[in-house]
Structures are given as structure tokens and as C-alpha cells.
Design a binder for this molecule. Structure first.
Ligand code: SAH
Length: 399
């Protein structure tokens, strides 16, 4: 095994158990290693820090598999996957997601000790997304470990995220284990049925991270006029209908996502379809049109796509967040509720709150934060890995 020797003083973050070793922290590699190979990580003084996956193409030159001296082999991945699944099984709030039509993130990358490895389970299908050279090397072992840990034999790969290019990896999609039709599992999210387009949808097909927030939306929606911006396949909208919303207007720029949203409404015949309106439009433009019409809403959801993938984009992202939140506040009735989110890694919670406060100020609205919102317990974030906490939200009440 080759040895990666860190530059002087560069071991601090690794000692705190942060899993990333940037190119600038590396002094040299002793021996040969190909992409994804396991390397020993050492300080200048020769102190062993653990074992990592080598990634010569990436600015993140190595990602830690272990901070100890265990071998990185099939057994390592079995142990790690079993632990990740067991930690979720231990949480009562996730118990229902282990039922036959549950939806749950089983592997959350770095936070589960598996950098660049995401696994989402939708009913009887697991969707695997690999974005690191190390994960790529061990993908068959990880898939096998998932099947052993869950009993689920159908694993579909959605390794087509843009970030793979940074690792020198080509996109790859398709069945990794098992086979069959294009998978379209239907999950049950607190009584709302949602079809997931595993092969064609965004990311792994669905945004499981918002599960608890969609439920909260349902709890808040009774008799309210709801506006759901960036609705994707309708998750927040369906929960709002289930919670007794007076009407729900849902906007997305993606036609296929809206087709799926309408299908999802049909999967839930208990809901009053007459109260649901779907609109294919650009949110930035259409909110201005709604304002010009003098429309008001009592509950507004703003769940936009990632505007800032990294801190370098924070400034332009801030403008976009400010713009939609300003429009949101202007459309909010007195006493109205705003659920507003950022899933940008480059925008932290404090910065985001500042942007939302600026937007309220510009709209001439006084507001209070009723709750801070985040992803669910299946997306738990490693204590030393704040980068994993990408989703942050606020539930705000206007005066
Ligand atoms: N809230 C959703 C997830 C939203 S993902 C859920 O709970 O499942 C973000 C969505 O924003 C995507 O569906 C994407 O199609 C849409 N989108 C991106 N830019 C947009 C724009 N300018 N106007 C409208 N929709 C947009």
C-alpha cells in the first residue's frame, strides 16, 4: 500500500476526523496508487492517521475510510453499511420508513463514513449514487453489503451527478443488482403516496431530505391558501392538500416533474383534486405576475434548487435567494407562514437567515422565526463534517 504524507502541520483536520484531504495539504505520495486505491495517511513525523481512498484527479486528493488501522476490504464495507442501517433502525422516528413502502436514505456519504456514497431506499429498490474514486472502486462490495443489510436485491445506480467529472469519473446509470422494468416505486410518506422515477428523476429520483418538512407543511395547511414554489413532483403540495388546505398552487419549470406531480395526485384519491392547480413556469417571473394580480397566500413554500454549489457562488446565490424571498413576503397575507429553504452548501444557516431578514425588510414585513428546519434523521450529519449540513430552512410568520 502506498503512503500519503501530509505537508507539515496539515494533520489537524484529519485529527478532528474530517474526512477530506485537499491537494494543498499533501506533501508527497510514497509508492504507487491508482484512482480509488487505499493509501496509508501519515504526518511528516511518521504518525499514522488512518487509511484513505486516493483520488489523483480531484482537488480532494484523498478521502478517509478509517481513522484507525482496519483493512479496507469487503468486510470493512459490510461493517460500515450494517452500522449505518442499524443506526437508522434504532430511531423510532424512522421506524415506518423500514416498512414495505418506506423511503429512507440508508447511506449519507461522509457522515456515514463512506465519502461519495449515497444510497436511498424506495420500497423494494435501492438507488446508489457514487461520486468518489474510492466509492467507484468498491461499488460492487457496497452494493452487496446493502443487500445483506436490508434484504433488498434490486439496486439501481444513478451515478450521473456532475461532480463525478471532478473525480475523473464517467457517468453511469442502470441496474447494478437485480433487474426488471424501469423502477417506479411508490412510497408512502406519512399517508401520502408518492411515485418515484428512479431512472429519470432528479438526484436519486426524489428529495427524501424534506420528508419531515413536507409533513410539517401538511400540519400547518388547514384552510390556508398555499403556494408551493419549485414543487418538483408535488410533495409539499400533496401534504398541504392532505392537511386540509383551501387551495394549493404549485409551480415548477419542469414539465416532466409536473406530469409526475399530477400522477401523484391521482395516486391519492382521498385528496380533493379540485383544490390543486399546477403551473409550468419560472418562479422568478411568475411570482411577479401573481403580485401584479394582487394575489395573496397564507402559506408559501420556497424550496429552490441549489443556487450555490460552493462558497465561491455565495454572492450570486444570495441575490437569487433574496429575490424569491422578497417576492414571497410580498405575496404573504398578514399572519401568513413562509417555509423557506436553501440547499446550497456554500450558504450557511446564519448567512441564509440574514438574506431572508433582508428580504422581509425590503418587503416592509416584520416576521418571527417559529422554527429552524433541516433534513430528517436519516440525513444525520457527522459532527466534524459541517459540509454535510446542506439543507437549512426557516419557518417564518409574518405579522
Ligand atoms: N420541493 C421539492 C423539491 C424541489 S427541487 C420536493 O419536496 O420534492 C427544485 C425544483 O425546482 C426542481 O423541480 C426544478 O425543476 C425546479 N426549478 C429550478 N429552477 C426553477 C425556476 N427558475 N422556476 C421554477 N422551477 C424551477
Amino acid at each position: 500500500m502506498a503512503t500519503l504524507i501530509l505537508a507539515p502541520g496539515r494533520e489537524r483536520s484529519v485529527l478532528r476526523r474530517h474526512p477530506w484531504i485537499f491537494a494543498g495539504s499533501v506533501d508527497r505520495l510514497e509508492g504507487r496508487a491508482r484512482p480509488g486505491d487505499t493509501v496509508l495517511v501519515q504526518t511528516q513525523g511518521g504518525r499514522a492517521l488512518g487509511r484513505a481512498a486516493f483520488s489523483p484527479a480531484s482537488q480532494i486528493r484523498a478521502r478517509m475510510w478509517t481513522f484507525g488501522d482496519e483493512s479496507i476490504d469487503d468486510a470493512f464495507f459490510r461493517r460500515t453499511v450494517v452500522r449505518a442501517v442499524a443506526q437508522r433502525r434504532d430511531l423510532p422516528e424512522l421506524a415506518r420508513e423500514f416498512g414495505p413502502d418506506g423511503g429512507i436514505r440508508l447511506l449519507h456519504g461522509e457522515s456515514d463514513g463512506l465519502p461519495g456514497v449515497i444510497a436511498d431506499r424506495y420500497g423494494d429498490v435501492i438507488v446508489l449514487q457514487i461520486t468518489s474514486a474510492g466509492g467507484e472502486k468498491w461499488r460492487a462490495s457496497i452494493a452487496d453489503a446493502l443487500t445483506r443489510a436490508t434484504g433488498i436485491g434490486r439496486i439501481y445506480e444513478r451515478s450521473d451527478s456532475d461532480v463525478r467529472a471532478l473525480e475523473g469519473l464517467e457517468p453511469r446509470t442502470g441496474w447494478l443488482a437485480g433487474d426488471g422494468e424501469m423502477p417506479r416505486p411508490v412510497i408512502d410518506e406519512f399517508g401520502v403516496r408518492i411515485e418515484v422515477d428512479v431512472a429519470g428523476g432528479h438526484k436519486t429520483g426524489f428529495y427524501l431530505d424534506q420528508r419531515d418538512n413536507r409533513r410539517l407543511c401538511g400540519e400547518l395547511a388547514r384552510d390556508r391558501r398555499v403556494l408551493n414554489c419549485f414543487c418538483y413532483t408535488g410533495g409539499f403540495s400533496l401534504h398541504a392538500l392532505a392537511g386540509g388546505a383551501a387551495e394549493v398552487l404549485s409551480i415548477d419549470s419542469s414539465g416532466p416533474a409536473l406530469d409526475m406531480a399530477r400522477r401523484n395526485l391521482a395516486h391519492n384519491p382521498q385528496l380533493d383534486a379540485a383544490r390543486a392547480h399546477w403551473l409550468e413556469a419560472d418562479v422568478f417571473q411568475h411570482l411577479r405576475a401573481l403580485r401584479a394580480e394582487g394575489r395573496k397566500f397564507d402559506l408559501i413554500v420556497l424550496d429552490p434548487p441549489k443556487f450555490a454549489p460552493s462558497a465561491a457562488h455565495a454572492k450570486s446565490a444570495a441575490r437569487a435567494y433574496k429575490d424569491i424571498n422578497l417576492l414571497g413576503f410580498r405575496l404573504l397575507s398578514p399572519g401568513g407562514l413562509l417555509m423557506t429553504y436553501s440547499c446550497s452548501g456554500g450558504v450557511d444557516a446564519g448567512f441564509f437567515q440574514g438574506i431572508v431578514a433582508d428580504a422581509a425588510g425590503d418587503a416592509g414585513v416584520s416576521a418571527r422565526v417559529l422554527r429552524r428546519l433541516s433534513a430528517g434523521a436519516d440525513h444525520a450529519v457527522g459532527l466534524a463534517f459541517p459540509e454535510g449540513e446542506y439543507l437549512k430552512g426557516l419557518l417564518v410568520r409574518a405579522e
